[in-house]
Write a protein that binds this ligand. Sequence first.
Ligand SMILES: *Cc1c(COP(=O)(O)O)cnc(C)c1O
Length: 491
Amino acid sequence: MKESLIFDLSREGRRGLRFGSTGVEEKPVGELVPEKHLRSKPAELPEVSEGEVVRHFIRLSTLNYHVDKNMYPLGSCTMKYNPKINDIASELEGFSAMHPLQPEETAQGSLRLMFELSGMLAEIAGMDAVTLQPAAGAHGELTGILLIRKYHESKGSKRTRLLVVDSAHGTNPASAAIAGYEIVSVKSNAEGRTDIDDLREKLTPDVAALMLTNPNTLGLFEKDIKTIEKLVHGNGSLLYMDGANMNALMGITRPGDMGFDIVHYNLHKTFSAPHGGGGPGSGPVGVRGKLAPFLPVPVVEKVEENGLVRYRLSAARPESIGRMMNFYGNFGVLVRAYTYIRMLGPDGVRRVSENAIINANYLLSKLLDKFELPYPKPVMHEFCLSGDRQKKEHNVKTLDMAKRLLDYGFHAPTVYFPLIVSEALMIEPTETETRETLDAFADALLAIADEAALSPETVLDAPESTPVRRLDEARASRTLDICCSGCAGSM
Ligand SMILES: *Cc1c(COP(=O)(O)O)cnc(C)c1O
């Protein structure tokens, strides 16, 4: 199906809405707005009827793949179904019509929500204090790294290196580099976990911290976390956890209990705020008490005066790293995460992680016959297959199989990440998928493996059912052209 641009649907004089007279006396336009600010010709807006507008956007929405349409197995990204109650709560007027500069006395409910959400996140990760300011996971990492720097500075020591494991998400080294650190890569071992000997060797006195993802991006739990913790702390370094994979841990174990000093959360992944369209995210950061004085300001505090509880914003933190964002973070996402956790309750939060792990292992067991698993099971909430067999035997690459999945009505998994797996297919089903959906997805991938062997051209030519076939993705992003046909080439 092809959909025209709304500009091409335009017909002169067509209207969706006609305004009646307002009864207000009309004045010459130049009298209200100075002549020099007036348009010389009318804005070139599409002229369409209400029905055309509705149908146009409904049709567009069905061209797109989204998590309300079907399973979205994008590994590491945690594309779970997001309960609509979260959106309903965030749209309540008391939240959505707030102004960030409103006086504190009129914002007590919102401040309480932030205070309680920080507390719940701290409890889930075993941390002492949480800031809600950062706007995404990567922004949380940057915040965490600035906290690490401030911590070492407060001890009068200047450490210049950060260790990052080679299976890490690309944002880890990127955040470390933005904060001005030299990045040293630590190897993974044959099991896909941190190579302890390599870590020991690289843990020099100038190392500020080790950034670790647990479970890591292969979906594997760091069994030696206690040994790692002793080595890192023994060196006077801090231990940072990329908590984007918290979906595997909640209610079962806690980063704080493992000895991590800092962790970031991805509310838009684990805590069920919609993401993937470039919309607002949220990457709160939790810390142990020794790092709390450095957290960004303002901090929400709960105070009791004359038997009355109230919440206030405090900037009185002389050692703070300062603001990471204007105002208080992406508040709408905070409301969604708060609603999500409150709806689940402590038992529900644990069930999320248990089911995420069961779903991943169930799906993996169905795929093992036809795909290679480069690192041994069992996995946590996600797993990483390799398309090496299909590439070697039939010259069909992971990218081809990912494109073919679109014809089967599924979004592709994450591909070619983490970098340590060749032809990587990284799959995270999440807890929100039913057994029937998991079966259907497994059947699709297995059918594609058969096609790769029997009729490879079907896979190599895919997708055939999508509005556009294979795009030159590099060219599309380098020579972006978002103009309508009327203005094409004017960029
Ligand atoms: C998503 C993710 C990040 C980055 O989070 P953003 O919100 O996309 O900035 C970091 N680490 C891991 C493991 C992730 O999955």
